[in-house]
Design a binder for this molecule. Structure first.
Ligand code: BGC
Ligand code: NOJ
Length: 812
């Protein structure tokens, strides 16, 4: 069942009913000011940090679901409704939500009044703009009352939901321009130099800034007293819960349309210019007024929307495909890269599954996200790499997380996730391949943010690679530490006490537990690392690295091979994990994917066996599960993985993040048909018809889909902020459609199966544009290429000078 459709022309997903299975959201903002907005206008916004600078209050996990947002109420001769359906819930004659690139439009119509809402964050500004277009679709004149409503969060989102003994006394506001501008200035009198405001570009009938006055005693979002009675209270909040609501009266002749622009802004003042002249207590509003001025007319809104649209058009032009499969096109051209950019902006902080108050930036997460956005924003990827590297420890290990505002490693979690260092090598390799900017290797970067320790970035990579090689276990495989990619495989933490962390409660100092996944990863990155080493003149180091990669591949085949597939690990006691000897979880997805991607066992036939075992034991109708059979009881020596009921999360869930490793591995064996089958199983656009099962947005990936042992097989959770976005983009764009930036040219090697016969990829890279016309016979054999009409030896199209266009044909 569907709840909407893709409008490819406008790059929008159109939701046609407010009753989707779950809030289906979008993100606004591309720079410093960001918003989450659901199809019912729920959500919140923040300036840079979702925890510390949150503007709007949002109630996670509430009943009804999705409470808090930018709400509009219409009072039409006693009839009260909301164009976004929420919060009033009155039935609408017309409802439509269009989530687009950085904007959301919601239209609602009832009894002859149509309201079109547009929400977006204009580039270059720290504000959400809400444009409200009201039209009388009837044949008689009418006068309606319109109320806007937002509820302020008292900045620190965690404090805001816990510290009521203080918070109920701190709230402060200012009312300006007769109520057209409502300011929120809680804590401005003391250490904050920032404030927020909600403005409408019209005179108001009344306003409210105190929640209870607006709601009435025991009132609620659906039926606030001011709205029901049709009269604002002109309340001025003092403590309790400050809100901002404008009360407007609008007369509309038959067919007439009126447009209002609301600006929800964030402003910072210099500390010595906080107040208006010497009037202590009255905020200096100069900057707010300038921001208000920028969006006081609909033409300005239109111009800002065009700017936003152009920004996305330009970004997305880096990689586009035209194929006969419209679902493939829309995933590759619009929605997958869009989600990659959202992971760039948010990391794992704020979604409808992450509250914005918990996790910082992940070391491995950020490096993987980079694989998906490096071609969209290369300069910002460079900055991101340098930030990440600056949190690396001097011994080459890495803090698992860092805080976005301070950019410092997070001590609570610390280090010891032994795959982390290698992801930095992957991130840097991807960046250099994309840009050709080798200079980044010489960039001076501190360790652990200590300026005295600064060294060239390459030295960070050397220590990263060295750290993994320097920490091998009894079989010569890398030690796992607290966990590897699978955060829940905690082989050195025997947790028996509730409320302690599975990852960080270090009660064993093991030097036994080893990871075949990290081993595969080391083999995969060794040639890249060697290539980087050669570039900086460290030939001996490059040779050592290549040799180490080769040796590790042999160790994997000797100690990491279980007969029909790759083992997952050795535990604290040296017992096998992910082996046919185990009674539960005999096979795991991660090593099958990464070892084959690295080329291990391709020549000897093990790779094929491993992938066939994946097909046989892990594949389901909705994707490939992480392990099988799922653990049914808690294994203290394995950790969090066995804490999940079978079929969920890392215990037998379909992790959409590592399904693409298997897709890529299949392309290594030339099995494009199978790779494409796997891709389509989890690509959200292909799940649209089953939205009642999948339940989450059909335009973005979720981290997890419930596996075969789960009661709700096929149901997705945790959409948007997941490494799934980056890896699926890498798989489909670089390995299946087969256009991949390499060190010296674009590698063109399609492997997508016979289903997609002909397609064209347009790729911009290093300033040149490549139009690659593929005639695809199914893959698996070496492609035959021409470049500007001339036959090419091999599959590497040399990079062309910036500004040129190259025409490539490819028969595969
Ligand atoms: C989740 C993992 C996540 C980890 C982060 C676990 O509960 O299952 O997916 O990476 O928490 O701390
Ligand atoms: C989510 C984490 O953010 C990611 O780093 C990890 O690899 C997966 N969970 C799997 O545990």
């Amino acid at each position: 069942m569907r709840y909407g459709y893709f409008d490819d022309e406008r790059r929008e997903y159109v939701i046609t009913t407010p009753e989707t299975p779950y809030p289906w959201i979008n993100y606004l903002g591309t720079e410093d000011f960001f918003s989450l907005i659901s199809h019912r206008a729920g959500g919140y916004c923040f300036y840079r940090d979702a925890r510390l600078r949150r503007l709007l209050r949002y109630r996670y996990n509430n009943v009804p679901t999705d409470v808090g947002g930018r709400y509009f109420y219409i009072h039409d001769a006693g009839d009260v409704w909301s164009p976004s359906h929420a919060p009033v819930g009155a039935p609408l004659d017309v409802y439509e939500c269009r989530h687009g690139l950085g904007y959301t439009r919601i239209a609602g119509e009832r009894r002859g009044v149509r309201a079109d809402l547009l929400f977006f964050v204009p580039p270059g500004h720290t504000a959400e703009v809400h444009e409200l277009r009201l039209r009388n679709t009837d044949s008689w004149p009418r006068t309606i009352k319109v109320f806007s409503f937002v509820e302020w969060c008292l900045w620190n989102a965690h404090d805001d939901m816990t510290n009521y003994q203080r918070n109920f006394s701190t709230g402060e506001v200012e009312v300006d321009q007769g109520g057209s501008t409502l300011y929120h200035k809680t804590e401005y009198r003391e250490r904050r130099d920032h404030f927020a405001f909600y403005h409408v570009n019209a005179p108001v009938k009344g306003f409210d800034t105190d929640r209870e006055s607006f709601m009435g005693p025991w009132g609620d979002f659906a039926r606030p007293r001011a709205v029901v009675e049709g009269a604002s209270r002109n309340s001025v909040a003092s403590g309790w819960a400050p809100v901002a609501s404008h009360g407007l009266e609008v007369s509309l002749a038959p067919g007439e349309e009126k447009v209002f622009v609301f600006t929800l802004g964030y402003v910072e003042n210099p500390r010595d210019a906080k107040w208006e002249g010497d009037k202590t207590g009255v905020m200096n509003k100069t900057r707010a007024r300038a921001l208000i001025e920028s969006f006081s007319r609909p033409e300005q809104v239109e111009a800002a929307m065009q700017k936003l649209s152009a920004k996305w058009t330009n970004m997305l032009a880096q990689y586009t495909v035209t194929s006969p499969d419209e679902r493939l096109n829309r995933m590759v051209n619009v929605w997958n890269p869009y989600q990659c950019m959202v992971t760039f902006n948010m990391s794992r902080s704020a979604s409808y599954f992450e509250t914005g108050i918990g996790r910082g930036m992940g070391f491995r997460d950020s490096n993987q996200d980079l694989l998906g956005f490096v071609h969209l924003v290369p300069e910002r990827a460079r900055e991101r790499i340098l930030d990440i590297a600056a949190t690396q420890k001097a011994d080459g290990s890495a803090y698992h997380q860092y805080q976005p505002l301070t950019k410092r490693g997070n001590n609570d979690i610390g280090s010891g996730f032994n795959d982390d260092p290698l992801w930095l090598v992957s991130g840097v390799s991807a960046y250099v391949r994309e840009t050709g900017d080798w200079s980044i290797l010489g960039e001076s970067v501190p360790f652990d943010n200590d300026p005295d320790s600064a060294a060239p970035l390459f030295e960070h990579l050397r220590r990263a690679f060295g750290h993994v090689l320097g920490n091998l276990g009894p079989h010569g495989l890398p030690l796992i530490g607290r966990a590897d990619w699978n955060d829940c495989l905690n082989l050195n933490c025997f947790s028996e006490t509730p409320d302690e962390s599975f990852q960080t409660t270090g009660n064993r100092q093991g030097r036994t537990a080893e990871s075949v996944f990290i081993a595969g990863m080391l083999v995969a990155v060794a040639p890249d690392y060697a290539r980087l080493a050669e570039h900086v003149g460290q030939g001996a180091e490059a040779r050592r690295a290549r040799a180490a990669g080769k040796r590790m591949a042999e160790v994997i085949l000797e100690h990491g091979w279980d007969g029909d597939w790759f083992l997952r690990a050795y535990d604290f006691f040296g017992n096998k994990v992910g082996s046919k000897e185990n009674d539960e979880a005999q096979i795991f997805i991660e090593p099958q994917g990464f070892c084959v991607m690295a080329g291990v066992g391709v020549a000897g036939g093990q790779a094929k066996k491993a992938l066939d075992a994946v097909k046989e034991r892990l594949d389901t109708r909705y994707g490939i599960v992480l392990n099988s059979p799922a653990y049914t009881r808690y294994h203290v020596e394995l950790g969090e993985i066995s804490s999940y009921p079978p079929g969920y999360k890392e215990n037998g869930g379909i992790f959409c993040h590592n399904n693409p490793w298997i897709m890529i591995a299949e392309t290594v064996l030339g099995r494009g048909d199978r790779a494409f089958e796997y891709w389509k199983k989890i690509a959200p656009a292909y799940l649209e018809d089953e939205s009642e099962v999948h339940r989450l947005e059909p335009y973005v990936y979720a981290q997890m889909i419930a596996g075969k042992e789960a009661a709700r097989h096929g149901e997705a959770k945790n959409s948007w902020l997941t490494g799934t976005a980056a890896w699926n983009f890498v798989a489909i764009s670089q390995h299946l459609l087969g256009v991949r930036p390499d060190w010296d040219g674009l590698r063109v090697r399609p492997c997508i199966g016979a289903e997609i016969g002909r397609y064209t990829v347009t790729r911009r890279c290093r300033g040149a544009e490549y139009r690659i016309h593929v005639k695809n016979g199914g893959g698996g054999r070496p492609p035959r290429l021409t470049v500007d009409g001339k036959p090419l030896d091999g599959d590497l199209v040399p990079y062309a000078p910036a500004g040129t266009t190259v025409v490539v044909t490819c028969e595969a």
